[in-house]
Design a binder for this molecule. Structure first.
Ligand code: SF4
Ligand code: SF4
Length: 299
């Protein structure tokens, strides 16, 4: 038995036959093949965090600009865990497709595009604490690469497509989602604030940086010397830190040390703010009553 897989692409309705890195597949894709770019005209590309880093740098955008201009949101599970996909034209063509020239961001194309027609699965055997990576072959009518006369090991195909760096940067995030999916009702439905934090730490890395460097965050969490400086200038380090932070947010794991009494202090601060607001409202009402009384005497 295995836990349900976390798979790239995410659309598989069932657990497909899992292949290993040593499995040989028949496939070849090249400029000039009869179906060249057919896959990019029916694009269903779910993005992982490192995909966003690469694309935002490639396009010279902030993460918020990239998300606004080039992605659409969707829900990854019944609890509303947020995901993002590449935006397409109405006919399903990816916005990054540059006519016959092909993909305009090829060197920085997302994980799903690199792996296609292989799907990456992250799954765990029942009773094992280790998440494992397996693969599945996606066969779609438009893709003629399966008819080419080339046998290749999945592991070699993965290397050919430059997947290793992407997998390494996204691995902890895949595991986080697998854990959320495997735990099911045991961890319960995350509250809206946790879903917002998940979105920010996973996809909107520039906003996540503002959040981590804010005074409120520093008052709440204790980070080792030098880590703040690193997080200020290193997107990859920030991504890894975000995965750690999300384990705390989603599963209550103590992955980041909290300042002693930080929670009590936050509650106290909030109480003082509310009390100040109530006092201001009382004073406003008294001033209003006073004004009405004065108006009544003058007439
Ligand atoms: S990002 Fe590039 S490879 Fe991926 S679907 Fe778009 S055009 Fe195709
Ligand atoms: S062979 Fe498949 S992956 Fe390659 S261009 Fe054709 S449809 Fe896309």
């Amino acid at each position: 038995m295995t836990d349900p897989p976390f798979d790239i692409p995410f659309k598989s309705p069932h657990i497909p036959a899992a292949l290993s890195a040593d499995t040989r597949i028949r496939f070849r894709c090249y400029k000039g093949i009869s179906c060249f770019n057919a896959c990019c005209r029916q694009a269903d590309v779910t993005l992982a965090p490192y995909d966003i880093l690469r694309l935002k740098r490639r396009l010279g955008l902030s993460s918020s600009e990239l998300l606004n201009q080039y992605t659409v949101p969707f829900q990854m599970d019944q609890d509303g865990l947020p995901g993002v996909k590449l935006k397409t034209r109405d006919d399903g063509t990816c916005l990054q497709l540059d006519g016959e020239a092909g993909c305009s961001v090829y060197e920085d194309r997302p994980t799903v595009c690199r792996y296609y027609p292989v799907a990456l699965l992250t799954l765990r055997e029942k009773g094992s604490s280790q998440a494992e990576e397996r693969y599945a072959l996606v066969k779609e009518d438009h893709c003629k690469g399966h008819e080419e006369d080339r046998q290749i090991r999945v592991g070699d195909f993965r290397a050919e497509q430059g997947c290793a760096e992407y997998d390494q940067r996204n691995r902890e995030w895949y595991r986080l989602i697998l854990k959320k999916r495997s735990a099911g009702p045991a961890v319960g439905k995350p509250p809206p604030v946790s879903l917002k934090l998940f979105f920010m730490a996973s996809y909107d890395v520039d906003n996540f940086r503002h959040f981590v460097l804010s005074d409120g965050f520093r008052r709440t969490y204790v980070l080792p010397d030098g880590l703040y400086a690193r997080l200020e200038g290193d997107d990859e380090a920030l991504l890894s830190f975000g995965y750690r932070f999300l384990r705390q947010v989603l599963f209550g794991e103590r992955t980041i040390e909290e300042v002693a009494n930080a929670w009590a202090q936050r509650v106290e601060n909030r109480r003082q703010v509310w009390e100040a607001r109530r006092q201001a409202e009382r004073e406003r009402r008294m001033a209003e009553e006073d004004r009405k009384y004065q108006d009544g005497r003058d007439t």
